[in-house]
Design a protein around this ligand. Structure first.
Ligand SMILES: CC(C)(COP(=O)(O)OP(=O)(O)OC[C@H]1O[C@@H](n2cnc3c(N)ncnc32)[C@H](O)[C@@H]1OP(=O)(O)O)[C@@H](O)C(=O)NCCC(=O)NCCS
Length: 127
């Protein structure tokens, strides 16, 4: 269990919703700020929406300003700050970033297949 994972995982157990954890995204220094990271993240988000994932989350060091701006720019929000999270890094604090894919689906007019499946089950139960 990754520290800070409990909230998302506990909720996912309650709701049966899938959550995805991004371990890292890394673009080689000379190629940064060419939207490569954004394309990788976009692809991951789109794949997650197809796979009925409800939420994506990840840890970012509080001192990692480029990653903080990068995830904010992609619509992730800071859910929590974890003090002394890393034992081998200084400063050791990090943020948990989260993106709610239900919101993303609404913004991009992507039908929620969980709801579609529920409707289909309800319809077949009526027959
Ligand atoms: C974070 C990282 C993956 C971003 O990749 P990238 O390809 O450079 O990012 P993009 O070009 O797609 O940037 C998209 C937006 O994010 C924000 N952003 C990215 N890097 C930024 C920086 N150094 N400073 C401020 N904003 C930044 C900007 O809003 C940018 O849009 P813009 O260029 O139109 O202003 C890259 O900096 C990296 O590999 N860092 C080292 C590894 C790391 O820290 N990974 C994340 C930890 S989980």
């Amino acid at each position: 269990m990754i520290d800070g994972q409990e909230d998302s995982e506990d909720k996912s157990k309650e709701t049966g919703n899938k959550v995805v954890y991004i371990m890292t995204i890394n673009v080689l220094k000379p190629y940064r700020r060419y939207q490569i990271g954004s394309q990788l993240l976009d692809k991951a988000i789109k794949d997650c929406t197809k796979d009925d994932v409800s939420k994506i989350y990840l840890h970012v060091l509080c001192s990692n300003h480029s990653a903080i701006e990068f995830y904010k720019n992609a619509g992730f929000i800071i859910k929590k700050k974890l003090e002394n999270y890393y034992t081998d890094l200084n400063p050791p604090d990090c943020y948990i970033f989260e993106k709610d894919l239900a919101e993303y689906k609404k913004e991009h007019s992507i039908p929620d297949s969980t709801l579609e499946k529920k409707k289909a089950v309800d319809e077949s139960n009526k027959k």
